[in-house]
Design a protein around this ligand. Structure first.
Ligand code: ADP
Length: 264
Protein backbone atom coordinates (compact mmCIF):
# COMPACT_ATOMS: atom_id res chain seq x y z
CA UNK A 1 0.00 0.00 0.00
CA UNK A 2 2.74 2.35 -1.09
CA UNK A 3 2.10 6.00 -0.43
CA UNK A 4 -0.88 5.42 1.83
CA UNK A 5 -0.77 6.19 5.52
CA UNK A 6 -0.19 3.27 7.82
CA UNK A 7 -3.21 1.65 9.42
CA UNK A 8 -3.37 1.62 13.18
CA UNK A 9 -2.49 -1.68 14.87
CA UNK A 10 -5.85 -2.80 16.31
CA UNK A 11 -4.23 -4.77 19.17
CA UNK A 12 -2.48 -1.64 20.45
CA UNK A 13 -5.67 0.43 20.70
CA UNK A 14 -6.81 1.25 24.24
CA UNK A 15 -9.53 -1.17 25.26
CA UNK A 16 -8.38 -3.94 22.90
CA UNK A 17 -9.49 -7.26 24.38
CA UNK A 18 -6.86 -9.32 22.57
CA UNK A 19 -4.04 -10.63 24.74
CA UNK A 20 -0.78 -10.44 22.80
CA UNK A 21 2.16 -12.67 23.66
CA UNK A 22 5.56 -12.25 22.05
CA UNK A 23 7.43 -15.55 22.26
CA UNK A 24 11.14 -14.83 22.62
CA UNK A 25 14.34 -16.81 23.04
CA UNK A 26 18.03 -16.06 23.32
CA UNK A 27 19.29 -18.67 20.91
CA UNK A 28 17.72 -20.38 17.93
CA UNK A 29 16.78 -24.03 18.02
CA UNK A 30 15.49 -24.05 21.61
CA UNK A 31 11.93 -24.79 20.48
CA UNK A 32 10.45 -21.30 20.43
CA UNK A 33 8.40 -21.93 17.28
CA UNK A 34 7.31 -25.38 18.46
CA UNK A 35 6.09 -23.85 21.72
CA UNK A 36 4.29 -21.04 19.87
CA UNK A 37 2.34 -23.31 17.52
CA UNK A 38 1.43 -25.80 20.26
CA UNK A 39 0.19 -23.09 22.61
CA UNK A 40 -1.83 -21.61 19.76
CA UNK A 41 -3.34 -24.99 18.81
CA UNK A 42 -4.12 -25.82 22.45
CA UNK A 43 -5.88 -22.51 23.01
CA UNK A 44 -7.86 -22.85 19.78
CA UNK A 45 -8.89 -26.37 20.84
CA UNK A 46 -10.14 -24.79 24.08
CA UNK A 47 -12.43 -22.58 22.02
CA UNK A 48 -10.40 -19.37 21.97
CA UNK A 49 -10.00 -17.30 18.81
CA UNK A 50 -6.27 -17.42 18.15
CA UNK A 51 -3.88 -15.87 15.64
CA UNK A 52 -0.16 -16.36 15.09
CA UNK A 53 2.23 -13.93 13.44
CA UNK A 54 5.41 -15.65 12.28
CA UNK A 55 7.68 -12.69 13.04
CA UNK A 56 10.80 -14.85 12.72
CA UNK A 57 11.25 -13.26 9.33
CA UNK A 58 14.54 -14.91 8.36
CA UNK A 59 13.80 -18.27 9.97
CA UNK A 60 10.08 -18.57 9.29
CA UNK A 61 8.76 -22.05 10.07
CA UNK A 62 5.36 -21.60 11.70
CA UNK A 63 3.09 -22.44 8.72
CA UNK A 64 4.78 -25.80 8.18
CA UNK A 65 4.63 -26.70 11.89
CA UNK A 66 0.97 -25.77 11.97
CA UNK A 67 0.19 -27.47 8.66
CA UNK A 68 -1.08 -24.18 7.22
CA UNK A 69 -0.48 -24.67 3.52
CA UNK A 70 -3.11 -22.19 2.33
CA UNK A 71 -2.21 -18.86 0.78
CA UNK A 72 -3.34 -15.46 1.99
CA UNK A 73 -5.95 -13.80 -0.22
CA UNK A 74 -6.74 -10.15 -0.66
CA UNK A 75 -10.17 -8.73 0.04
CA UNK A 76 -10.69 -4.97 -0.30
CA UNK A 77 -7.18 -3.93 0.67
CA UNK A 78 -7.00 -6.37 3.57
CA UNK A 79 -5.03 -9.61 3.68
CA UNK A 80 -7.08 -12.66 4.68
CA UNK A 81 -4.83 -15.08 6.57
CA UNK A 82 -5.06 -18.84 6.00
CA UNK A 83 -5.82 -20.96 9.04
CA UNK A 84 -5.08 -24.44 10.31
CA UNK A 85 -6.45 -26.27 13.35
CA UNK A 86 -8.59 -23.19 14.01
CA UNK A 87 -5.55 -20.89 14.19
CA UNK A 88 -5.18 -17.95 11.80
CA UNK A 89 -1.60 -17.54 10.69
CA UNK A 90 0.50 -15.17 8.63
CA UNK A 91 4.14 -15.56 7.66
CA UNK A 92 6.56 -13.86 5.33
CA UNK A 93 7.09 -17.30 3.76
CA UNK A 94 3.60 -16.98 2.27
CA UNK A 95 4.77 -14.00 0.21
CA UNK A 96 8.14 -15.23 -1.03
CA UNK A 97 8.42 -17.57 -4.03
CA UNK A 98 9.47 -21.13 -3.23
CA UNK A 99 12.05 -21.28 -0.45
CA UNK A 100 13.66 -17.97 -1.37
CA UNK A 101 15.53 -16.33 1.50
CA UNK A 102 14.39 -13.00 2.93
CA UNK A 103 17.27 -10.54 2.61
CA UNK A 104 16.06 -7.38 4.31
CA UNK A 105 17.35 -4.69 6.57
CA UNK A 106 15.68 -3.45 9.75
CA UNK A 107 13.27 -0.86 8.26
CA UNK A 108 11.83 -3.47 5.89
CA UNK A 109 11.29 -5.86 8.76
CA UNK A 110 9.43 -3.17 10.68
CA UNK A 111 7.21 -2.47 7.68
CA UNK A 112 6.43 -6.18 7.24
CA UNK A 113 5.52 -6.55 10.89
CA UNK A 114 3.37 -3.41 10.76
CA UNK A 115 1.48 -4.91 7.80
CA UNK A 116 1.09 -8.30 9.48
CA UNK A 117 -0.48 -6.57 12.47
CA UNK A 118 -2.57 -3.89 10.79
CA UNK A 119 -3.30 -4.98 7.20
CA UNK A 120 -4.23 -8.59 7.98
CA UNK A 121 -7.88 -9.19 8.74
CA UNK A 122 -7.67 -10.95 12.11
CA UNK A 123 -11.23 -10.37 13.29
CA UNK A 124 -11.85 -10.34 17.05
CA UNK A 125 -9.04 -12.44 18.48
CA UNK A 126 -8.82 -13.58 22.08
CA UNK A 127 -5.11 -14.24 21.77
CA UNK A 128 -2.39 -13.26 19.30
CA UNK A 129 0.98 -15.01 19.52
CA UNK A 130 4.06 -13.53 17.87
CA UNK A 131 6.90 -15.93 17.12
CA UNK A 132 9.91 -13.59 17.41
CA UNK A 133 13.33 -14.25 15.93
CA UNK A 134 15.92 -15.31 18.51
CA UNK A 135 17.83 -12.54 20.28
CA UNK A 136 17.24 -8.84 20.80
CA UNK A 137 17.20 -7.50 17.25
CA UNK A 138 15.10 -5.17 15.16
CA UNK A 139 11.90 -7.17 15.39
CA UNK A 140 11.82 -7.21 19.19
CA UNK A 141 12.15 -3.41 19.15
CA UNK A 142 9.47 -3.10 16.47
CA UNK A 143 7.08 -5.28 18.48
CA UNK A 144 7.62 -3.04 21.51
CA UNK A 145 6.82 0.03 19.40
CA UNK A 146 3.87 -1.40 17.48
CA UNK A 147 2.23 -3.41 20.31
CA UNK A 148 3.59 -2.01 23.59
CA UNK A 149 1.03 -4.06 25.52
CA UNK A 150 2.48 -7.34 24.18
CA UNK A 151 3.65 -9.54 27.04
CA UNK A 152 6.87 -11.48 26.63
CA UNK A 153 7.07 -15.25 27.02
CA UNK A 154 10.66 -16.48 27.22
CA UNK A 155 11.61 -19.96 26.00
CA UNK A 156 14.88 -21.50 27.14
CA UNK A 157 16.50 -24.90 27.49
CA UNK A 158 17.69 -26.13 30.92
CA UNK A 159 21.31 -25.42 29.99
CA UNK A 160 22.92 -22.65 32.06
CA UNK A 161 24.81 -21.19 29.08
CA UNK A 162 21.56 -20.96 27.11
CA UNK A 163 19.77 -19.50 30.12
CA UNK A 164 22.19 -16.56 30.28
CA UNK A 165 21.41 -15.68 26.67
CA UNK A 166 17.67 -16.14 27.20
CA UNK A 167 17.78 -13.84 30.22
CA UNK A 168 19.39 -11.15 28.09
CA UNK A 169 16.65 -11.51 25.48
CA UNK A 170 13.99 -11.20 28.19
CA UNK A 171 15.58 -8.23 29.91
CA UNK A 172 14.83 -6.08 26.85
CA UNK A 173 11.45 -5.77 28.60
CA UNK A 174 12.99 -3.36 31.11
CA UNK A 175 13.87 -0.89 28.38
CA UNK A 176 10.60 -1.34 26.51
CA UNK A 177 8.46 -1.35 29.67
CA UNK A 178 6.81 -4.62 28.67
CA UNK A 179 5.57 -7.27 31.04
CA UNK A 180 7.19 -10.71 31.08
CA UNK A 181 4.41 -13.24 31.50
CA UNK A 182 6.74 -16.13 32.32
CA UNK A 183 9.42 -18.59 31.29
CA UNK A 184 8.96 -21.93 29.53
CA UNK A 185 11.74 -24.49 29.86
CA UNK A 186 11.89 -26.75 26.80
CA UNK A 187 13.90 -29.92 26.17
CA UNK A 188 13.84 -30.54 29.93
CA UNK A 189 15.19 -34.05 29.95
CA UNK A 190 14.48 -37.15 27.91
CA UNK A 191 12.45 -39.92 29.49
CA UNK A 192 14.35 -43.16 28.73
CA UNK A 193 12.09 -45.24 26.44
CA UNK A 194 13.24 -48.42 28.21
CA UNK A 195 13.21 -47.64 31.91
CA UNK A 196 11.46 -44.23 32.06
CA UNK A 197 14.31 -42.63 33.99
CA UNK A 198 15.00 -38.99 33.03
CA UNK A 199 18.19 -38.27 31.12
CA UNK A 200 19.09 -34.60 31.56
CA UNK A 201 20.52 -34.15 28.09
CA UNK A 202 20.80 -30.35 28.42
CA UNK A 203 21.38 -30.15 32.18
CA UNK A 204 18.84 -28.73 34.62
CA UNK A 205 17.63 -25.50 36.14
CA UNK A 206 17.84 -23.13 33.14
CA UNK A 207 14.18 -22.11 33.34
CA UNK A 208 14.41 -21.22 37.01
CA UNK A 209 17.69 -19.35 36.43
CA UNK A 210 16.05 -17.20 33.75
CA UNK A 211 12.94 -16.60 35.87
CA UNK A 212 15.02 -15.58 38.91
CA UNK A 213 17.27 -13.34 36.83
CA UNK A 214 14.33 -11.61 35.15
CA UNK A 215 12.56 -11.22 38.50
CA UNK A 216 15.66 -9.37 39.73
CA UNK A 217 16.09 -7.17 36.66
CA UNK A 218 12.42 -6.29 36.18
CA UNK A 219 11.43 -6.08 39.86
CA UNK A 220 8.26 -8.07 39.07
CA UNK A 221 7.83 -11.77 39.82
CA UNK A 222 8.47 -13.82 36.70
CA UNK A 223 7.22 -17.42 37.06
CA UNK A 224 8.33 -20.62 35.35
CA UNK A 225 5.11 -21.64 33.61
CA UNK A 226 6.18 -25.19 32.87
CA UNK A 227 8.83 -27.61 31.61
CA UNK A 228 8.48 -29.62 28.40
CA UNK A 229 10.47 -32.84 28.07
CA UNK A 230 12.22 -33.96 24.90
CA UNK A 231 9.61 -35.96 23.06
CA UNK A 232 9.85 -37.51 19.60
CA UNK A 233 6.11 -36.93 19.16
CA UNK A 234 6.59 -33.18 19.51
CA UNK A 235 9.20 -33.15 16.73
CA UNK A 236 7.08 -35.42 14.52
CA UNK A 237 4.03 -33.24 15.08
CA UNK A 238 6.02 -30.22 13.89
CA UNK A 239 7.28 -32.01 10.81
CA UNK A 240 3.81 -33.25 9.93
CA UNK A 241 1.96 -30.02 10.63
CA UNK A 242 -0.09 -31.60 13.41
CA UNK A 243 0.87 -30.09 16.79
CA UNK A 244 1.42 -32.71 19.51
CA UNK A 245 -1.20 -31.04 21.74
CA UNK A 246 -3.74 -32.26 19.17
CA UNK A 247 -2.19 -35.48 17.86
CA UNK A 248 -1.16 -36.80 21.28
CA UNK A 249 -2.51 -34.46 23.95
CA UNK A 250 -1.71 -36.81 26.84
CA UNK A 251 1.92 -37.43 25.85
CA UNK A 252 4.43 -35.86 28.27
CA UNK A 253 5.13 -32.92 25.94
CA UNK A 254 1.47 -32.59 24.94
CA UNK A 255 0.20 -32.39 28.50
CA UNK A 256 3.00 -30.00 29.58
CA UNK A 257 2.13 -27.67 26.71
CA UNK A 258 -1.60 -27.82 27.43
CA UNK A 259 -0.95 -26.98 31.05
CA UNK A 260 1.14 -23.94 30.03
CA UNK A 261 -1.57 -22.82 27.59
CA UNK A 262 -4.06 -22.96 30.46
CA UNK A 263 -1.95 -20.49 32.46
CA UNK A 264 -1.89 -17.82 29.75
P1 ADP B 1 13.33 -22.37 17.49
O1 ADP B 1 12.03 -21.78 17.06
O2 ADP B 1 13.74 -21.96 18.87
O3 ADP B 1 14.43 -22.18 16.49
P2 ADP B 1 12.13 -24.96 16.87
O4 ADP B 1 10.79 -24.88 17.50
O5 ADP B 1 12.24 -24.76 15.41
O6 ADP B 1 13.14 -23.96 17.62
O7 ADP B 1 12.76 -26.36 17.31
C1 ADP B 1 14.01 -26.80 16.81
C2 ADP B 1 13.91 -28.30 16.53
O8 ADP B 1 13.81 -29.01 17.74
C3 ADP B 1 12.69 -28.69 15.71
O9 ADP B 1 13.06 -29.72 14.84
C4 ADP B 1 11.70 -29.21 16.74
O10 ADP B 1 10.84 -30.19 16.21
C5 ADP B 1 12.63 -29.81 17.77
N1 ADP B 1 12.10 -29.73 19.14
C6 ADP B 1 11.77 -28.62 19.84
N2 ADP B 1 11.36 -28.91 21.08
C7 ADP B 1 11.41 -30.27 21.20
C8 ADP B 1 11.08 -31.21 22.24
N3 ADP B 1 10.64 -30.82 23.44
N4 ADP B 1 11.25 -32.54 21.96
C9 ADP B 1 11.71 -32.95 20.74
N5 ADP B 1 12.02 -32.12 19.75
C10 ADP B 1 11.88 -30.79 19.95
Amino acid sequence: RGGQTEREVPFAKPGSLTRVYAVASGKGGVGKSSVTVNLAAAMAADGLKVGVVDADIYGHSVPRMLGADGRPTQVENMIMPPSAHGVKVISIGMFTPGNAPVVWRGPMLHRALQQFLADVYWGDLDVLLLDLPPGTGDIAISVAQLVPNAEILVVTTPQQAAAEVAERAGSIAVQTHQKIVGVVENMSGLPCPHCGEMVDVFGTGGGQTVADGLTRTTGATVPVLGAIPIDVRLREGGDEGKPVVLSDPDSPAGSALRSIAGKL
